[in-house]
Design a protein around this ligand. Structure first.
Ligand SMILES: C[S@@+](CC[C@H](N)C(=O)[O-])C[C@H]1O[C@@H](n2cnc3c(N)ncnc32)[C@H](O)[C@@H]1O
Length: 254
């Protein structure tokens, strides 16, 4: 059996189902490249002292790595453990499909994802979000499509969650100030800088920081190291506006 386990972002987020599943397997692949976990999974050995633990890089969970995992899951119980949720804003679908094609049983243990954290912790209503985007470093191409999506969402009066580039194997993790500089450079209309936005750093961690203000103003704050995300708000409902004042220190009145 192959079990995909979402761990949320801290040991505190582990569900009973995640704990039971972790205890039931003989090998655990820990996805170390799609996100960053508060305590680096340092509790894993305590939860399952006998399992083989592989801190997996991208190549272990893609391409040839997939075939190896599926072969192992034919004869044993294997887990793939991820920060957040294994199928939210991250794709492990190729492994799931290969396992299903090979008649390997698959189980998914849902975890608290960054999308859940954003929806529940900052005071914006979940059904007022449009398409999610990921802002990448503009090295090989300029990600103008992110700007198009933000304006498209704003045109429909929907908020945009912007996930920020993480290339952990290259030692790169985009911060909120870096993301604002990139957005300013790409935004030919130059309107986004005045849009009410929310910067979220380490959501769900004990060092969580949530700040709201005009996009350009969010550069002034200090944040703990990534993971960071940004939200560009559409027109705010009065309750959302009030929430942002109390939760995120928004001082703009509307
Ligand atoms: C590819 S997504 C991983 C999503 C993961 N599968 C999940 O369900 O949460 C990684 C991006 O989410 C954002 N992110 C992840 N954890 C975060 C956190 N605790 N606080 C703020 N942003 C976070 C960052 O922008 C990061 O680059």
């Amino acid at each position: 059996m192959l079990i995909f386990i979402g761990a949320g972002y801290s040991r505190r987020h582990l569900t009973q189902e995640a704990l039971e599943s972790l205890k039931s397997v003989e090998k655990i692949y820990v996805d170390t490249y799609t996100s960053i976990y508060e305590d680096g999974f340092n509790w894993l050995r305590e939860v399952n002292p006998s399992a083989e633990i592989v801190f997996a890089k991208r190549r272990d969970l893609e391409g040839e790595g997939i075939n190896r995992i599926v072969e192992e899951a034919k004869d044993g119980n294997i887990a793939i453990l991820c920060a957040g949720d294994p199928f939210t804003a991250t794709t492990h679908d190729a492994i799931r499909v290969e396992a299903l094609k090979s008649n390997v049983s698959v189980k998914v243990v849902t975890g608290i994802s960054v999308v859940n954290l954003v929806h529940s912790r900052i005071g914006l209503q979940a059904y007022r979000f449009g398409k999610i985007v990921t802002l990448v470093y503009p090295d090989s191409f300029k990600p103008y499509s992110v700007i198009e999506t933000i304006y498209d969402n704003l045109g429909r009066n929907l908020h945009t969650l912007i996930l920020l580039d993480l290339r952990l194997e290259e030692g790169l993790a985009m911060s909120i100030p870096e993301a604002i500089d990139i957005l300013m450079e790409l935004d030919e209309k130059q309107q986004l800088m005045n849009q009410i936005s929310i910067g979220v750093a380490r959501l769900g961690w004990s060092s969580e920081v949530i700040r709201a203000g005009r996009l350009i103003e969010l550069k002034r704050y200090s944040y703990p190291p990534p993971p960071h995300s940004l939200i560009i708000a559409a027109r705010l409902h009065p309750i959302e506006l009030e929430s942002l004042r109390y939760i995120a220190g928004l001082t703009i009145t509307g």
